[in-house]
Write a protein that binds this ligand. Structure first.
Ligand code: NAD
Ligand code: USQ
Length: 422
């Protein structure tokens, strides 16, 4: 297959691109490198030393990989370039990772909220619109999030995208049907993924696009078989307060002797999946496309659920780290249960990498190995989610939307997301 990987320079997109290339697919990476520029904006960088896209791609060929090509395109803002790429390259499938994916980053300021909505919604809509305009029958695989469901249970396992409901008609007849599971996003970022869902449903219905939406849990881990082949192929590892996700942050914190930062009581239960399983899931989704005219296929892409404080205890146990309960900067339930159905991937052959097996290796191989690159000042989460949480700031002085023009459509994310003054 020829596969265009949008966002193929990122934490998930890079290992997925290498995995698909290794399977013999012709991979074309499309990325605007905004994630690297956001590192500059935040003054943070990957714990692992990542090289430029060009160096990555030549290293892949040096270790015997198939050629992977790279196109620098802003999918959200340069529709013509995206359309041109689809028309000339005619990919069989498009994998869409190209969105701003950090919830805390999306909540930092009005400008960050607007940037996240503009970028993510436009990126997804441009891809859908360009697929229709190009006349291609390419399968679109999108990386969504478990967060579209919220993290409750409603007394049942969260199903894969669709909920069985029964309605009573005006004639008193009871009719069963399936609807998209009601969304309940916790952050602006998660909300953009709910908007994506609606766009997918519409384009599958109206234009018969073939779409798979992967509702993915929190990724942990760093390496895949391919990224291990040369240090220049290494994947990024985010640990800062905006982009670092909980388990990778705990692993890094344990390696540098920083008390593990559990938010609140640590009672939040979340879904997780190892990065190696993520790349396999993308492959499985590509191998099992929906038919033309089918509704959107939705898979829950997660393998385990864990409570945050249990994760901290697990990491502390294997690494002698200490655990600290810190005030929660987020607006989220202090405690929740989470039960999720992930039958589709298991039925299609996924064999999950379990947390218990991989954690120690991850602390030693990645976090301790690159610990000297860590900037401890970047660890605290400083993005608070509501006015009430901003300590000592009267409500009237909380940053308001800028009175001047907002981030210009052509500005870089760093410019677009420049902090707004009070
Ligand atoms: P990432 O930020 O590391 O990668 C995203 C990539 O997309 C970056 O390389 C960025 O430069 C690029 N990009 C962003 N906007 C773009 C645009 N307008 N045009 C072109 N390229 C653009 O994030 P990630 O962790 O690799 O996540 C990838 C996808 O997976 C996201 O959509 C995210 O919502 C989803 N996801 C991630 C996780 C996780 O734990 N990392 C969990 C669930 C879902
Ligand atoms: N948390 C801590 N301590 C920390 C960091 C986080 O206790 O140092 C807590 C948070 O308060 C939250 C939980 O851990 O309750 C998860 O936070 P996270 O940053 O690991 O995950 P989240 O913000 O939900 O976002 C990540 C990815 C996002 C993806 C989502 C999948 O960044 O792209 O969509 O995971 S899910 O969580 O299933 O919605």
């Amino acid at each position: 297959m020829k596969i265009a990987v949008l966002g193929g320079d990122g934490f998930c997109g890079w290992p997925a691109s290498l995995h698909l290339s290794d399977l013999g697919h012709d991979v074309l990476i499309v990325d605007n490198l905004s994630r690297r520029r956001i590192d500059e904006e935040l003054g943070a960088s990957s714990l692992t030393p990542i090289v430029t896209p060009e160096e990555r791609l030549s290293a892949w060929q040096e270790v015997g990989g198939r050629q992977i090509r790279f196109a620098e395109i802003d999918v959200a803002q340069d529709y013509d370039a995206l359309l041109d790429l689809l028309v000339t390259e005619r990919p069989d499938a498009v994998v869409h990772f190209a969105e701003q994916r950090a919830a805390p980053y999306s909540m930092k300021s009005p400008a960050h909220k607007r940037y996240t909505v503009d970028n993510n919604t436009n990126a997804t809509h441009n891809v859908l619109c360009a697929l229709v305009e190009s006349g291609l029958d390419a399968h679109l695989v999108h990386l969504g999030t478990m967060g579209v469901y919220g993290y409750g249970t409603a007394g049942m396992k969260i199903p894969e995208g669709y909920l069985d409901v029964e309605v009573t008609t005006d004639q008193g007849e009871r009719i069963g049907q399936q609807i998209l599971y009601p969304t309940n996003p916790g952050s602006i970022y998660h909300m953009t993924k709910c908007l994506d869902q609606q766009l997918f449903a519409y384009y599958a219905k109206n234009d018969r696009l073939r779409i798979t939406d992967l509702h993915q849990g929190i990724i942990w881990g760093t390496h895949t078989d391919q990224t291990l082949r040369d240090e220049r192929l290494i994947n990024r590892f985010d640990y800062d307060g905006d982009y670092g996700t909980v388990l990778n942050r705990f692993l890094m914190q344990a390696a540098v002797g920083y008390p593990l930062t559990v938010h609140g009581t640590g009672g939040q239960t979340r879904a997780f999946i190892h990065i190696r399983d993520m790349v396999r899931c993308v492959q499985i989704a590509l191998d099992n496309p929906p038919g033309r005219g089918d509704r959107v296929k939705i898979f829950n892409q997660m393998t385990e659920t864990h409570r945050v404080r249990d994760l901290a205890e697990m990491v502390a146990r294997i690494s002698d780290a200490s655990v600290e309960l810190v005030p929660n900067p987020r607006h989220e339930a202090a405690e929740n249960e989470l039960h999720v159905s992930n039958d589709t991937f298991l039925d299609l052959g996924l064999e999950p990498t379990l947390l218990e097996e991989g954690l120690l290796l991850e602390v030693e191989d990645v976090a301790r190995r690159y610990a000297d690159r860590a900037d401890l000042d970047k660890i605290p989460c400083t993005s608070v989610w509501t006015v009430e949480q901003q300590p000592g700031v009267p409500t009237s002085r909380v940053p308001t939307p800028p009175s001047g023009p907002g981030p210009s459509p052509t500005s870089s994310p760093a410019e677009a997301a420049a902090p707004q003054s009070a």
